[in-house]
Design a protein around this ligand. Structure first.
Ligand SMILES: [Zn+2]
Length: 455
């Protein structure tokens, strides 16, 4: 009897994750024809069960299953699916599978029959192919399982693919569990739903979940739609170091706090930047108990900090303006910016040196030392400023030295490295030791405001 092994890795992310869907749904890595047929029957019975009124989410508008002639008749739809399964299994065409490269015994697969296909082409994904294509039995059959292993995000559906198989399996098991629970609850919409409407927030939430499961790896998130027009696939790539940063700073699922300063700080930042409006700085969400209790709740809000972090952009700006601790900054600089330990040490040393210019009057120190640094707009300006402060220090009785020539060249403002990072980290190191009154706060906001406009 024919046996199909679904364990092979393939190039197409849709088919890759669907193959794991087959393995988990059928609870077998190698499935014979009879078992596979039973699984397909069970799957389609679930897809078309009587409460499921949202079949368009499972199959595209173009699919035979949702076409007007069959859409109202669930039995007919089920019958069509089984006929199509038999057709795929019985064909024997020579060539190479466009997804996994397997030779011969292929089936001709019509685009319109498959779930999640659209009217437009997308050459990157075989499930978006434009006409008939040749697929091996395993790749073709696994596409039936694709809807099962997707989650609703915003107005599309998302899948993930990681270089760590455990992460892929975690995703698939989670989806299938939710799918089955939705059926038990007689929900109309049985497909897994993240309830998060912002793609970046969804990815962030997923990273926190992976952290809780102690899973790590690179993860690509795909968000796609199965509507006929304006089809697009959005992709977010999250790297291992981002997960490992979150591991160090985010408390376990937010609510079960572990006592650590950086975790408290990070949580505060996530809440601080959650905003009800897409325009930054408006209608910030209040730090309410219900939000603290329900992790997902906070991810319904637009959050520029999460957006930039997920998109791989620097979040030093947020760390600086929130005047976070050196501890959190150091973790971020090492893990995400990949900053050398020595460079961090030297910048910290410069900050400590500058603090010697503080005669016990924070306000005066901020005006004379911090603001001039804040106002620098280039590496040259920053270097000049630091040299001026060094001269002032050298005029003091014990002549403390701010930095050596080598330290300036190799660690403080090394060529080829981002000078702005030095400035941000230096300021964070200074802030930690200073208190700000209202007047100073206002003045600082003006400086930061001007800087945002320049950027
Ligand atoms: Zn194949």
């Amino acid at each position: 009897m024919i046996e199909l092994n679904f364990t092979k890795h393939v190039g197409d992310p849709f088919i890759e994750i669907s193959r794991i869907g087959v393995i988990k749904f059928c609870d077998k890595k190698v499935v014979n024809y009879r078992n596979l047929k039973q699984c397909i029957e069970e799957l389609f019975k679930k897809y078309v069960y009587k409460n499921a009124k949202t079949l368009n989410q499972i199959f595209s508008d173009n699919s035979k299953f949702t076409h007007n002639s069959t859409a109202k008749n669930l039995n007919k739809r089920f019958q069509n699916a089984m006929e199509y399964f038999e057709k795929i299994m019985s064909e024997n065409i020579d060539g190479y599978c466009v997804s996994c490269g397997e030779e011969d015994n292929l089936s001709k697969v019509e685009k319109m029959l498959f779930p999640l296909t659209s009217g437009e082409k997308n050459v990157n994904f075989t499930s978006f192919f434009s006409g008939d294509i040749l697929l091996c039995k395993k790749c073709a059959i696994s596409l039936f399982f694709l809807p099962l292993v997707t989650k609703k995000v915003a107005c599309g559906r998302a899948i993930i693919r990681s270089n760590n198989d455990e992460i892929n399996e975690f995703w698939v098991e989670d989806c299938i569990e939710e799918f089955n629970n939705n059926m038990l609850k007689n929900k109309e919409d049985i497909l897994p739903n993240s309830t998060i409407n912002i793609f970046e927030n969804f990815a962030y939430d997923m990273i926190e979940r992976l952290k809780d499961e102690d899973l790590t790896g690179d993860v690509s998130f795909y968000l796609f739609s199965n509507v006929d027009r304006n089809t697009q696939v959005d992709i977010l790539n999250i790297y291992k170091n981002q997960i490992s940063f979150i591991k160090q700073v985010a408390p376990l699922s937010f609510k079960n706090e572990l006592p650590s300063r950086q975790k408290d700080e990070w949580r505060y930042l996530i809440f601080k930047y959650a905003s009800k409006e897409r325009k930054e700085g408006t209608k910030r969400v209040k730090f309410e108990d219900e939000i603290q209790e329900n992790t997902k709740y906070i991810f319904r809000y637009y959050n520029p900090l999460i957006r930039d972090f997920i998109q791989g952009k620097s979040i030093l700006k947020y760390l600086r303006e929130s005047r976070v601790s050196w501890l959190l900054t150091e973790i971020y600089a090492k893990e995400i910016l990949k900053m050398r330990e020595e460079r961090l040490k030297v910048i910290k040393k410069v900050a400590n040196g500058l603090l010697k210019l503080n005669n016990g009057d924070d306000k005066e120190f901020i005006k004379k030392v911090v603001f001039p640094i804040e106002k620098t707009k280039s590496a040259n300006e920053l270097r000049t400023r630091l040299r001026e402060f060094m001269r002032k220090l050298l005029a003091m009785p014990d002549k403390p030295k701010l930095f050596s020539a080598d330290e300036m060249v190799f660690y403080i403002l090394p060529s080829g490295e981002n000078w702005q990072e030095t400035k941000d980290i230096l300021l964070i190191a200074l802030y930690e030791h200073l208190s700000f009154d209202e007047e100073i706060e206002r003045e600082l906001e003006t400086i930061e405001g001007v800087e945002d406009e320049i950027q």
